[in-house]
Design a protein around this ligand. Structure first.
Ligand code: UD1
Length: 423
């Protein structure tokens, strides 16, 4: 799978075009990566539809192959056959590249009783420890060791336990849910994360034969079973990709429809955009967005779901950079998530950082500049700035953007943007 056109790794955008028409959202990155990991628990083959063709999915395919499983992408679907699973150590370079690789830990522990991983990497948006994942495995009976930068978890058998997460970590909730599927007895996860992708994972595992209830609330119960079977499964739409296009439409003063969404998953984003004076009309599986003038300034605080998603913080800051008035944007989840702000400055934005808070003085317009995407969502924020800016912007570091946005160039061109890849 290749979402890039060879070495054309910069984006050239001429701003100032109103986005119009419609755009179709792909399957959720943060869902597909986890259910691919969960498919290691199956006795047979799993086939995922509505899978996004993004490089993080290619990386997860590599991780599963590195463990001896068969995994491939074919025409919008991902096929995983774990019957030849043999390894307990995901390839080190892939774990370093993509933090979500550690989501194979729970399934490997459940299936093979052993897993060894390098301390993970991923987008550089702040320290991202995995202590909560390990505490959960340990509560289920695993022994955890650290050796020269590697973490080893081992268990002859896992036994259900009550686990209290210190904070509602998405990854830890999912990893513990997967590890607990074959544990003896019942596992209860308190203070669990409530993200829609966790509900998707519960639905997937239950369709395979697991007995899990409570995903979407802060208490999840997993009753251990002996086996899970391979199934066909359709991934939920990507709420962050949808939110990004909603902001793209808004920042250009456009009017367009974002299709293939579950509006309920976007409630925090919808209400903030409305507060900014943007007309947002959710329908059954689409959202109509229309923005006539510059948005009004708003205050936003990133919070665990159902709060405003940290993965939308950069995009909404970009939108507020051209708002009428002063916006306060607080980041409570990842401290390093403002690295794109320096790049928005090059485009004429007026944003002051005070620790985890950005004070955004809206300017009348941005100006095209050469900028570099520091990470996935920061890169999306720069695209939004460029779409609204006068003149031409060249964005490098596009490999970060390709990790999580399927065909972003094609989709934005479909909405009328002047965007292309250049060398
Ligand atoms: C997932 C998402 C990411 C999103 C984030 C928060 C995927 C692949 N990624 O990341 O896009 O931004 O949720 O919605 O689904 N923490 C600890 N110890 C741990 C685990 C986490 O201290 O063991 C802290 C983190 O440093 C962070 C907070 O908990 O400050 C939330 O992290 P978490 O919810 O685990 O995020 P991810 O699962 O890594």
């Amino acid at each position: 799978m290749e979402t890039r056109e060879g070495p054309l790794m910069k984006l050239k955008i001429t701003g100032g075009r109103r986005l119009e028409g419609s755009v179709k959202v792909s399957g959720a990155k943060n869902s597909i990566l986890k259910v691919m990991a969960a498919s290691l628990l199956a006795d047979g083959c799993c086939i995922f539809s509505n899978a996004p063709m993004i490089t993080d999915v290619s990386t997860m395919i590599g991780v599963l192959q590195g463990l001896g499983a068969k995994a491939r992408a074919e025409s919008g679907r991902i096929v995983v056959d774990p019957s030849s699973l043999s390894g307990y150590e995901p390839p080190e370079e892939l774990v370093r590249e993509m933090r979500a690789s550690i989501q194979v830990m729970g399934p490997l522990l459940a299936r093979l009783g052993r897993v060894r991983v390098r301390q993970p990497g991923g987008c550089d948006i702040g320290p991202r420890p995995i202590d909560l994942h390990l505490k959960g495995f340990s509560a289920l009976g695993a022994k955890i060791k650290e050796e020269r930068g590697f973490i080893i978890a081992e268990a002859r058998k896992l036994v259900g336990a009550e686990i209290h997460l210190d904070l509602p970590s998405v990854g830890a909730t999912e990893n513990i849910m997967m590890a607990a599927c074959f544990a003896e007895g019942t596992t209860i996860i308190h203070n669990a994360a409530r993200e829609p992708e966790i509900v998707d994972q519960q639905n997937f595992l239950n369709r395979m034969g697991a007995r899990i209830i409570g995903a979407g609330t802060d208490t999840i119960k997993v009753r251990g079973v002996r086996r899970l079977e391979g199934i066909d499964y359709t991934i939920i739409p990507d709420r962050i990709e949808a939110g990004t296009y909603m902001c793209a439409i808004a920042i250009t003063g456009g009017a367009a429809c974002v299709e293939n969404v579950i509006p309920e998953h976007l409630q925090a984003v919808i209400s903030k955009l409305r507060e900014a004076g943007i007309d947002v009309q959710p329908r059954e599986s689409s959202i109509w967005v229309s923005a006539g003038q510059r948005p009004a300034a708003i205050s936003v605080r990133s919070m665990p779901y159902p709060g405003f998603p940290t993965d939308m913080q950069p995009q909404v800051t970009a939108l507020m950079s051209i708002a009428r008035g002063t916006s306060i944007i607080s980041e409570t989840i990842f401290p390093n998530r403002f690295r794109y702000v320096d790049e928005l400055h090059r485009m004429g934005a007026n944003i002051k950082l005070e620790g985890r808070v950005a004070v955004v003085e809206g300017v009348e317009s941005l100006t095209g500049a050469d900028v570099e995407a520091p990470d996935l969502r920061g890169g999306a924020a720069l695209i939004l700035g460029a779409l609204a800016a006068d003149g031409e912007t060249e964005i490098s570091g596009v490999q970060h953007i390709d990790r999580g946005y399927e065909d972003i160039v094609g989709k934005l061109r479909g909405l009328g943007a002047d965007i292309r890849r250049v060398g």
